[in-house]
Design a protein around this ligand. Structure first.
Ligand code: BG6
Length: 369
């Protein structure tokens, strides 16, 4: 069942092209018109939604943070992402015009279930993005959008994360279609870019030797930092989380723009810093800003490890190691940039002799609050 891989985690990392492809399958027609079968909320209600709150825990919450950038950009609906267990206890503002989007691989996370129940009681409509058919959260929600990543066995999430981003993007495009925020042709183009992602993930997986070698050489690292900006920020946090969960190494993800407001004080000689660099073709000047962040940490002795888009030569001069991912749009890049970080954590933990499928102290689904 591990398909010849030494661990479920490695198998599931390699399942990712299929997880994304299966999640996209059958949800749009040739003109890019989306049909979400289990979206049992009236179109009229969805048209009046004036706020989206994404609820999730752990890796699923980082998928939510990625999705926020896309949903706000495409739908122009203010979107918050909140950890389920924080949400309920802060007297949140929720009413009939609030759309709750829960993200849960298992569909059984008690914190998320309780948050969804609470929001429903306040009159909100709830959509579950979930990987487990018939589980509790989708059963208790108004609508469901299943990710089709297949069963995820390893405790730390990999393929479910990419499938959650994919599904949340489909939901965002669906709302944009319904509310007229995007032209059908624009939606079609975005779906065409999404359809190319699985083959690009496969390319990253085929070129994993360099990142594995790096991971093996870093098994005595005591702390690793991750920087990213825009959608690269939640990717950085997910990279850090994977390293904590699998390799028990202290790791933190920061927004690159926040560096000079605090975290740069941590940088000393030899500190490894991963930097997720946005595409140089992207809008604004984000690329240049992140490149200058690399220079800033390097000038203070950091060992810089960069994830950048193929063809981006500007980062080479500032990085000890560069890992290239195939070209895609800014919003789709997390589906590629996350993969080397997963491989890094998995390989490093394996080098240390740890059980990557069942890390200490963690459970696959946490059914207590
Ligand atoms: C944690 C798991 O307990 O729950 C994580 O170890 C997971 O991997 C998180 O991301 C949330 O789980 P779910 O099933 O709600 O996505």
């Amino acid at each position: 069942e591990k398909d010849g891989y030494p661990s479920f985690m490695e198998k599931e990392i390699h399942d990712q092209p299929e997880a994304v492809a299966a999640t996209l399958l059958g949800r749009s027609d040739i003109d890019g018109k989306l049909t979400l079968d289990e979206m049992r909320i009236d179109a009229d209600v969805l048209k009046t939604v004036n706020k989206i709150i994404v609820l999730a825990c752990g890796t699923s919450a980082y998928a939510g943070q990625v999705a926020k950038y896309a949903i706000e950009h495409w739908c122009r609906i203010p979107t918050e992402v909140e950890l389920s267990h924080e949400f309920r206890y802060r007297d949140p503002i929720v009413d009939e015009k609030t759309l709750i989007v829960s993200l849960s691989q298992s569909g059984e996370t008690m914190d998320t279930l309780m948050a969804v129940r609470y929001a429903r009681e306040q009159g909100a409509k709830t959509v579950a993005i979930c990987n487990t058919n018939g589980s509790t959260i989708p059963r208790e929600s108004d609508a469901v959008l299943y990710t089709h990543a297949g069963p995820e066995i390893a405790v730390a999430s990999t393929k479910a994360f990419l499938a959650q981003i994919t599904a949340a993007y489909l939901l965002g495009l669906y709302l944009a279609q319904l509310r007229g925020n995007l032209f059908q042709g624009q939606i079609k183009d975005i779906l065409a870019d999404l359809a190319k992602v699985p083959a690009k993930i496969a390319q990253v997986l085929d070129n994993d030797q360099q990142i594995k070698d790096l991971a093996r050489s870093m098994s005595d690292a005591r702390s690793v930092l991750f920087l990213g900006r825009h959608v690269g920020f939640p990717v950085a946090m997910e990279g850090a989380l994977k390293l904590k969960e699998l390799a028990y190494i202290h790791a933190e993800g920061f927004a690159a723009g926040e560096l000079k407001h605090g975290p740069i004080a941590l940088i000393e000689e030899g500190q490894p810093v991963f930097v997720v660099v946005p595409s140089p073709r992207g809008r604004d000047s984000l690329h240049a800003k992140v490149v200058s962040n690399i220079q800033e940490v390097r000038a203070r002795g950091a060992k810089t490890i960069v994830i950048a888009e193929e063809g981006d030569e500007s980062v080479r001069a500032h990085a000890e190691h560069v890992f290239y991912i195939p070209e895609t749009t800014t919003l789709l890049a997390p589906l590629l940039a996350t993969v080397p970080l997963q491989i890094f954590a998995c390989e490093l933990a394996t080098a240390k002799g740890y059980d990557v499928d069942q890390p200490r102290n963690l459970a696959k689904s946490v059914t207590v609050e």
